[in-house]
Design a protein around this ligand. Structure first.
Ligand SMILES: Nc1ncnc2c1ncn2[C@@H]1O[C@H](COP(=O)(O)OP(=O)(O)OP(=O)(O)O)[C@@H](O)[C@H]1O
Ligand SMILES: [Mg+2]
Length: 299
């Protein structure tokens, strides 16, 4: 949460404690009472800090939610995210990702840096590339936009960025992005200037965006696109890393028991380096047993 928002919550809490909410604000207070712009209140509501007690065409009544009160009371003070550069980052960012410590450090630095540094995570399947993008999206909320190169929106990248103005653009499967969007991306990443002509009107935005992207293949990217990124190549997991990742993913995300996770990891050792294979085995093992599931799935 940004410091600015924290200040607003404190102001709201002060307002609530200096009035009799049950008597005078049974349907909640409105923006006029707290003198905070409606759009800001709506955002705080969407983020869960306010409750919407009443809504009509002419009145929207709010009150601090339990989460809002807890934050004002400082219950989450240790978790106050770091707010620098483009975004605020919670301490538990990337908590679900096992290993990859260098990548975590790099991405944190990139997100907190004052000026953009674009990063491309490249490497074979199932190395947590998409997971990194999701985690960033989760942490950045509306400041980030996540998109898949192969499924570009009808409006196109250019219009989407102009409309939503994200601080961080997360592009999965960058190698599959179409030519028009790639051209737009090249210009956005460089000058930070976004000019588009739309129905006879030119929109000129002075704009600095940072891009974190993922791709299986590097060879298909044009040299000028590659050059705009710090390319971070992820190598396949070593045997030891594979065992640790499989154990972690199965226990935390697939509810597999630690014993069964160990059994799956050791039965797959030498057969595959793909975490997705382990997930498939874990899902079939309760019915088939680990050994049989491995045999049927991997031959
Ligand atoms: N280090 C890791 N920590 C946690 N989960 C992992 C890790 N590595 C792989 N996984 C798991 O493996 C699966 C695949 O991960 P993800 O989709 O992020 O891979 P990817 O690198 O984007 O692969 P692709 O190139 O095929 O898109 C997910 O279920 C993810 O949870
Ligand atoms: Mg992926």
């Amino acid at each position: 949460m940004e410091n600015k928002d924290l200040e607003l919550l404190h102001e709201i809490a002060e307002f609530e404690s200096s009035h009799d909410m049950e008597k005078d604000f049974k349907i909640g207070w409105s923006w006029r009472h707290v003198r905070i712009w409606p759009a800001t209140l709506n955002r705080l509501f969407k983020e869960g800090y306010l409750e919407n007690v009443f809504r009509s065409n002419s009145y929207t009544g709010y009150r601090l939610s339990e989460l809002g009160k807890a934050i004002v009371a400082g219950k989450f003070s240790q978790e106050t995210p770091r707010c620098e550069g483009a975004v605020c980052l919670p301490d538990n960012l990337f908590e679900d990702i096992i290993g990859h410590d260098d990548v975590k450090e790099l991405l944190r630095a990139v997100l907190l840096a004052e000026k953009p540094v674009h990063v491309l995570l490249a490497g074979p399947p199932a190395l947590a590339k998409s997971l990194f993008l999701w985690e960033i999206e989760r942490a950045c909320g509306e400041k980030a936009v996540w998109l898949v190169g192969s499924a570009t929106s009808k409006a196109g990248l250019w219009d989407m960025v102009a409309d939503r103005q994200p601080e961080v653009l997360l592009i999965d499967e960058l190698d599959k992005m179409n030519a028009a969007d790639t051209a737009a991306l090249l210009s956005m990443m460089e000058g930070g200037r976004l000019v588009r002509a739309k129905v006879g009107r030119e929109l000129d935005l002075q704009y600095e965006i940072r891009v974190v992207a993922a791709s299986n293949r590097l060879e298909v990217l044009s040299p000028e696109l590659r050059s705009r990124f710090a390319v971070r190549r992820l190598s396949p997991y070593s045997r030891e890393e594979y065992l640790t990742v499989v154990r972690g993913v199965l226990v935390r995300r697939e509810n597999t028991s630690p014993e069964m996770a160990d059994e799956i990891a050791s039965k797959l050792d030498g057969k595959t380096q793909d975490v997705r294979d382990a997930i498939r085995v874990a899902r079939l093992a309760p019915r088939l047993g680990v050994e049989r599931a491995v045999k049927l799935l991997l031959g």
